[in-house]
Design a protein around this ligand. Structure first.
Ligand code: FES
Length: 203
């Protein structure tokens, strides 16, 4: 249980004060778990994920240690390809975890501070292949093949197209428009003539 184990802070620099998990039957040897933390076009960007201390999150993730007091290496990556899940963190199993069948675990929407605590607990307990993924992190489980959910169509229904006028109809309409135009012009001319006539009489 995460609550019963020594605090990570207690184990830092105090190798030998903790039995390295042997009491629980888990002995982690070889390479520890590793993290890949995405900091690309979306992950770690205030513009995309406002209200998150992205730098603070990275700093906390970079300070994680396993139950043997080993630093958890962190590799910062540029876009991992599932930006809609920003921030994305991948947990790679330790050597032993991999030998036991553990595979990289992709976590998305990794934003809240408490998730770092949950991840810390999980890695402390062994991580992928050794300890089951805590429930709190299960909700953030994703994969490199995750598909972007389609937007709900809030679009207005398309206007119905006016039926295209037939060639003959088109010609008739054009003819009508032209005759209206002609009529207007002749009225205008008449008015102009009348005006000119009156002006002549007055002169
Ligand atoms: S920026 Fe992180 S997945 Fe694209």
């Amino acid at each position: 249980m995460a609550g019963q184990r020594p605090k990570r802070a207690d184990t830092v620099g105090a190798k030998g004060t903790f039995d390295g998990g042997r009491a629980s039957g888990v002995s982690v040897r070889g390479r520890p778990c590793q993290l890949v933390v995405c900091r690309g076009c979306c992950c770690g960007r205030k513009k995309k994920r406002p209200g998150v201390d992205h730098q603070g999150q990275l700093a906390r993730l970079s300070a994680l240690r396993d139950h043997e007091g080993r630093d958890i290496p962190v590799r910062v990556s540029t876009c991992l390809g599932i930006c809609f899940k920003a921030n994305v963190v991948v947990v790679q199993p330790s050597s032993e975890g991999r030998a036991r069948g553990g595979r990289p675990v992709w976590l998305g929407d990794f934003l809240e501070d408490r998730l770092v605590d949950d991840l810390d607990d999980w890695i402390f307990d062994g991580g992928p292949g050794i300890s089951p993924l805590p429930e709190a992190l299960q909700q953030h489980l994703t994969s490199k093949d995750a598909e972007k959910p389609k937007k709900k169509s809030g679009k207005k229904p398309k206007k119905e197209k006016k039926p295209r006028k037939e060639k003959g109809e088109k010609g008739a309409a054009r003819g009508k428009a032209e005759s209206v135009k002609r009529e207007k012009k002749s009225k205008k001319d008449k008015r102009k003539k009348a005006k000119d006539g009156k002006a002549g009489e007055r002169a």
